[in-house]
Design a protein around this ligand. Sequence first.
Ligand code: PLP
Length: 427
Amino acid sequence: MSFSRRNFLRSASVLAALSVAEMQSLAASAQIADAGKDVRNDDEEFWRNVRLMFPLSKDLTYLNNGTFGPSPYPVIEAVKAGMMESDMNGQYGSWENTVAKVAKFVRANENEIALTHNVTEGINIGCWGLPLQKGDEVIITTHEHMGNAMPWMNRQKVHGIVVKTYTPASTADETLNRINSLITKKTRAIATPHIPCTQGQVLPAKEICTLARDKSIFSVIDGAHGPGMIPLDLHDMGCDTYASCSHKWMLGPKGTGFLYVRKDFQNTLQSYTIGAGGDNGKWDLLSKPMATTSDYVDSAHRYYGGTQSNGLYAGVVAAIDFIETIGANNIYERIKFLGKYTQDGLLSFGDKVELLTPTEERSRAGVNGFRVKGIDFQKFYGMCSEKKMRIRAVPENGLNSLRVSTHIYNNTHEVDLLMEIVKKAVS
Ligand SMILES: Cc1ncc(COP(=O)(O)O)c(C=O)c1O
């Protein structure tokens, strides 16, 4: 369902059934659709209309998009409609449309996208499919989400690979130096996040992939926080795989994801999770066993199979429509604006607050990590909860810090509310 005035202004009977919030959303959607593509990142009125498109509670300050992004009404409607289609009409559904839409959104080819249910699933497909042997080295960060740590640690346990770590630096150049200095003759893969979950700095993914390719190392990227925050061109990035989801910055249904596998890499990345649609159609149980890589389908469909949810994947299409109606670049600029507004607020407390996310232009976007001096991070988290503000505590690897992530449904007032809590905490 495309997100436009035409689609929202339906029959009077449908309108009559809408709640007040949905009516407001409808009015807001018309204004957003009319605004065209030229939106200022500080046009608070425009972005207030965007907020009305979300059923998010008015009294909730949700600064935790890094965990999951709430969906706007058009996405929820599309999920319902997709489910109704199956449940009323007995339609099994098909997901080619979603694959095509996702591929275009991340500037990949349709035959390079496998549907998954979350980032972790995509990372596991990439991790276990790599041709690695005992002693082969894989580089990850000390700032991993368990979804990009456990698969590699598990492979270390099962196959004896060696996992090495680097800590992301405060500049992109220094991060590249740190990765470079870990590379040895045994390094087979760099399995880094595009944007780590802890402090949200944007790592130089393209340069990392170039470095990997130049040294014949696999680049398998954890892209949990890329799409929907940053306009992506995966061919330009040059990664071998990119595992992501629609339920964070794309604002899609929870439990939907995708894995990009570069076309030329598909005969290197072994498929283990496979089912209907994964073979080239010539295989049969009686006479012809699968024997060579050409027995697989000539696409990333070799990495997934089985029944999928018609409704959820219709929701993914609607989420991309929603993003494109507002404009992926407009969204990126707004996210960067709010991210910088947050950084400026935190920096204004001087040495009472430690900003952990780089201020370097290319290394920041919508996520910021910080510590409030003299206050336990869990206590600060509790102070936010008391004010109905949702942020993320970051206990991972002893970081004991806090994380806020701001998306298009947020505004400067909500960031100001956070600063009031910081002010109270430090005084
Ligand atoms: C950087 C990163 N990688 C992986 C994951 C796991 O994502 P999912 O729950 O979709 O598997 C997350 C989730 O927050 C994350 O932030």
